[in-house]
Ligand binder design. Structure first.
Ligand code: NDP
Ligand code: 8X3
Length: 248
């Protein structure tokens, strides 16, 4: 029987590539995001295999209304991919904008939490799965990563906690923690600075949305008795640096 995946952040990057990957492999997909014009393009492309929900994940009322509106043939969600998220700014904490910090918390933490809370009863009925998108920034601090890294560390720990709470339900939980990948991520982080984005990825051979979609599909289609707890992945050209030492 066809499985149903709810993929957030479907209008760009990882989410957009994942919609394609899952539908091309016989799944039905509920594609979510705020930019409805992009969701409508996906609907044109994929027809009956896709239903879209336009909502802002920061608003739990919008989440509830959207999920309650699902037509019968899309109600039985088997897989929730919590992918919508963002980084804003690269400044040190002492020069950061508090509003940007709040937006990251409201999106990457509160949004992910609210949607998971809403969909969990269905996932339990379906003996389904959750895949949460964290980041290498959860485990490895870097200058300017402050609140973004903190939100992604929440995602790791929340995923492990879910695993524990869902013990015995058959629901699988995986946290995927990617490193540098070329999407709209840096464009969003730098308020639309295309040259900053191009410069970051230039010559680095970063991962792509398709690389991540392939990983998500692999996780989702393993035999149901197997749970991948965490996947950390980076492009070969990204690795670790020494600690910084300030000398007086
Ligand atoms: P993109 O900017 O390309 O895509 C982000 C997606 O999130 C968009 O579809 C956007 O849709 C959605 N989104 C953002 N804010 C909201 C909101 N308030 N409500 C609903 N949807 C929202 O970035 P990526 O594909 O790279 O990022 C996907 C996830 O992967 C994020 O959680 C990011 O933190 C994480 N990640 C990215 C890495 C990278 O290097 N690219 C590495 C590690 C993790 P819309 O604007 O239409 O609402
Ligand atoms: C995004 C990866 O390395 O830019 O989560 O923080 S990184």
């Amino acid at each position: 029987m066809e499985k149903i995946a709810l993929i957030t952040g479907a209008t760009a990057g990882f989410g957009n590539s994942s919609v394609k990957k899952f539908i091309e492999n016989g799944w039905k997909v509920i594609a979510a995001g705020r930019r409805e014009e992009r969701l409508a393009v996906l609907k044109e492309q994929y027809g009956d295999a896709l239903h879209y929900l336009a909502f802002d994940i920061q608003d739990s009322q919008q989440i509830n209304t959207a999920i309650d509106s699902l037509p019968t043939e899309f109600k039985n969600i088997d897989l929730l991919i919590n992918n919508a998220g963002l980084a804003l700014g690269t400044s040190p904490a002492q020069q950061s904008d508090l509003e940007q910090w709040n937006t990251m918390v409201d999106t990457n933490i509160r949004g992910l939490m609210s949607l998971t809370h809403k969909v969990l009863p269905t996932l339990i009925e379906q003996r389904g799965a959750v895949i949460n998108i964290s980041s290498v920034a959860a485990s490895y601090p870097y200058p300017g990563g402050n609140v973004y890294g903190g939100t992604k560390a929440f995602v790791v720990q929340f995923s492990l906690g879910l695993r524990s709470d869902l013990h015995g339900t058959g629901v699988r939980v995986t946290c995927v923690e990617p490193g540098m990948s070329e999407t709209e991520f840096t464009l969003v982080r730098t308020k639309g600075n295309q040259s900053a984005s191009d410069k970051l990825y230039e010559g680095a051979n970063p991962m792509t949305g398709d690389d991540i979609a392939q990983t998500l599909f692999w996780v989702a289609t393993l035999p149901p008795h197997m749970n991948i707890n965490r996947v950390e992945l980076m492009p070969v050209n990204q690795s670790f640096s020494p600690f910084q030492i300030h000398r007086t």
